[in-house]
Design a protein around this ligand. Sequence first.
Ligand code: FAD
Length: 433
Amino acid sequence: MLLSGSVSPMTYSQFGVSCCIRRVASLSPFLPQPPLRYAVLGAGFAGLSVAWHLLKLSSEELKLNIDIYDEAGIGGGASGVSGGLLHPYSPKAKLLWQGAECWKECLKLLNVAETAVSSNQFNTGTGKSDMSFGNFIVRRRGILRPATNIKTLSIMNDNAQNCLASCRIDTIDNDAAQNLVPNLCVPFNLAYYMPEAVNVHPQRYLQALFLACQNLAKSAGKQFRLHRKCVHELLELEGEYDAVVVCLGAKVDMLPELAGKLPLRTCRGVIAHLELPDNIREDYPDYSPSILSDAWLAIQGNRSLYMGSTWEWKSRNSSPTVLEDEASMALHELLPKASAFFPGIKHWRFTGARAGLRAMPPLTPNGSLPILGCVNDLVGVNHSCKYWLFGGLGSRGLLYHGWLGKLTAIAVLSCNEDLIPYELTSWKNINKL
Ligand SMILES: Cc1cc2nc3c(=O)[nH]c(=O)nc-3n(C[C@H](O)[C@H](O)[C@H](O)COP(=O)(O)OP(=O)(O)OC[C@H]3O[C@@H](n4cnc5c(N)ncnc54)[C@H](O)[C@@H]3O)c2cc1C
């Protein structure tokens, strides 16, 4: 049995797990078994979620070595620069596909990360972490969405009527909205407040999730290592691993074996960091939520926020560095949008910008869904290793990474792609047409 008992029986029966890992199954129980070796490419939301679930869901007796490769280190891609806004609703669709499951699994992972940091602080005995986690990993003040046009109004009304019990949507008027965010503009006298929605500090979260992986590997006698290294082609890893899980975000197309074969589009986004200068006395209240509208404000503290985001389709530029021209164009675009609902933004000062490249998935009858599955067919058939893909997280990486990372890990551990819902693997059939 290679999957740990920690997966609920529901999970097994739901997907009909058949444990079929080649090497282990074929070895005599009396011989010492070599460890299974997995490589996870990419240390963003996708890669770290897969790594955590591989460690968590593999059985205690399974010897497992996981190497995670990232050319830029933890959170070096889009994940590290994301706005960190998290809720289970779509601004474009009435219901997000499997939103409840995604939301539940994502919250679990956030807890895993937070617990790792607090137990690390406890264990060092100083009450302080030896890693610099700064302030919050998860800011739990909700997200407010003022209705700005008839279309979002109607979709949000639908969402509010069908909302999850674990993430309510309260429909509120101008006064209630201004109680939450002083001086907010609410054009239709209507706003949607999601009190349980959160914003995550992506870099701190990823560092904490990495720490959780390290702790779990140590306590379970498994190996987990980060290699800060660029993987130029999958062929480099051939013979080294039983499975390779590709979680390279928008740069997955740089691998020659997959280049031009995936239905992904790229889109660069710039985020600006703003602070309130010392001479402005009235700061952003501690209780106030982040705000989502034509632009969004991800609140970092009383005097610090991120404002996003731009959408530059077809860009290939994945550099987080934003030069002066690009920053000024982004401000030119975002500031009017932000001041339409939060006029107080004019007091805030620009302190810097960063950017990331999203991997946008294809549109399906279930909305834009990430693409998962075994990609040996694309890589070429004569490989001793199994290659898996978890990509195309689009602009909802946080929401998708928990559950889909778990599904990927279950499929990898069982060598069985059928354990992944068809909606996430059907892109391969379209590709064959
Ligand atoms: C401006 C912006 C704002 C966003 N805001 C939000 C938000 O508020 N909420 C939300 O849920 N999502 C948001 N997103 C989307 C989210 O960031 C992505 O969906 C998510 O980061 C994708 O995660 P990933 O792990 O697939 O890719 P990435 O985070 O890009 O990870 C891929 C990793 O692979 C590494 N890598 C790439 N090529 C190689 C190679 N050849 N060898 C070794 N390593 C390599 C990279 O360094 C990187 O660390 C935002 C995105 C952008 C750009």
